[in-house]
Design a protein around this ligand. Structure first.
Ligand code: GRG
Length: 289
């Protein structure tokens, strides 16, 4: 049965209210400010679409999706801090630390991690214990120092001499780990094995790579536009060689073909995969590829 994703925001809001009962006002407001801000909700959409494909209850997809959105949100709050990327805007609003101060923003990120765990604990009431444990093990790996945090740390030690493989591995953790968890935790909970499970694993790997290739191409387009406008002002500063475009576009096209190949495979095994295909299209939509 297809879950009505429009109900996800209400689920996230009510979960947030429940988990923040009795929490000091400044911390509570800071957490709500970022978690309930208008993100694209790509990870919850993936979790819900994968859960639907596997025939799981809507509540399971929402629970996994909301937990991963909490982790995603903590990484954004921390990544925006002055000691990391020092960003002023996120999701069209001033960053958390700009509104609540660095100390409270740090605590908001810290709080979102155990909140996600507390929420996931409810999966034990909804599915087989052994299968839920597998999902939680995957979650721990993805959000911890071997997953998304490893990706962030690796980025600090990479430089212009780093190989393409090293850079891809870093992105695979920094960006790919949470996509993987979104798609594969429902698989763990379902207990499914065999060709259908393999096809979902292949889709998951391909989705992360495609997202990264699209993101790289978009960055390059933005840098090129900036470069051209600076050139127009006779500036000395140059960011990218416009010639770099061709390989990045070729890689993105290749990744797109791979991703849609994995969608076809899923469709041949599961039947309807409209939502996963739609999410795949959105990865490239903004690039007009
Ligand atoms: C462990 C502190 C810490 C950071 C981990 C995720 C991360 C590393 C940093 C966030 C910055 C960043 C640009 C990461 C790349 C992944 C990415 C493209 C995030 C933005 O995701 P979207 O586009 O954002 O889904 P919304 O706001 O729509 O949810």
């Amino acid at each position: 049965m297809k879950t009505d994703f429009s109900k996800f925001e209400a689920f996230l809001e009510s979960t947030c209210t429940r988990l923040l009962e009795g929490v000091p006002q400044n911390l509570r407001e800071s957490i709500r400010y970022s978690l309930l801000a208008p993100g694209k909700r790509v990870r919850p959409r993936l979790a819900v679409a994968a859960s639907d494909l596997l025939g799981l209850k809507s509540q399971i997809g929402f629970t996994i999706g909301a937990a991963i959105e909490m982790i995603h949100c903590y990484t954004l709050i921390h990544d925006d801090l002055p000691c990391m990327d020092n960003d002023d805007f996120r999701r069209g609003k001033p960053t958390n630390h700009k509104v609540y101060g660095e100390a409270v923003a740090l605590l908001a990120g810290d709080s979102l991690m155990p909140m996600a765990w507390e929420l996931l604990d409810s999966l034990f009431d909804q599915a087989d214990t052994h299968q839920v444990r597998r999902a939680l093990a995957r979650f721990s790996w993805a959000v911890g120092p071997r997953g998304v945090v490893a990706g962030q740390a690796q980025e600090f030690i990479l430089d212009s001499k780093s190989s393409k493989t090293e850079v891809e591995a870093m992105h695979g953790l920094k960006t790919g780990a949470l996509f993987d968890a979104s798609i594969l935790m429902p698989l763990d909970v379902s207990g499914l094995e065999g060709p259908k499970a393999d096809a979902l694993l292949a889709f998951s790997k391909s989705f992360g790579l495609a997202f990264q290739a699209a993101d790289d191409l978009e960055d390059l387009k933005q840098d090129t536009a900036l470069n051209q406008s600076l050139e127009a002002k006779s500036s000395e500063r140059k960011f990218v060689n416009i010639g770099d475009f061709a390989p990045a576009e070729a890689i993105a096209r290749e990744r797109k073909a791979e991703l849609f190949g994995t969608c076809d495979r899923l469709e041949s095994l599961f039947g309807n995969t409209t939502e996963l295909r739609h999410l795949s299209e959105q990865v490239f939509g903004r690039l007009g590829l």
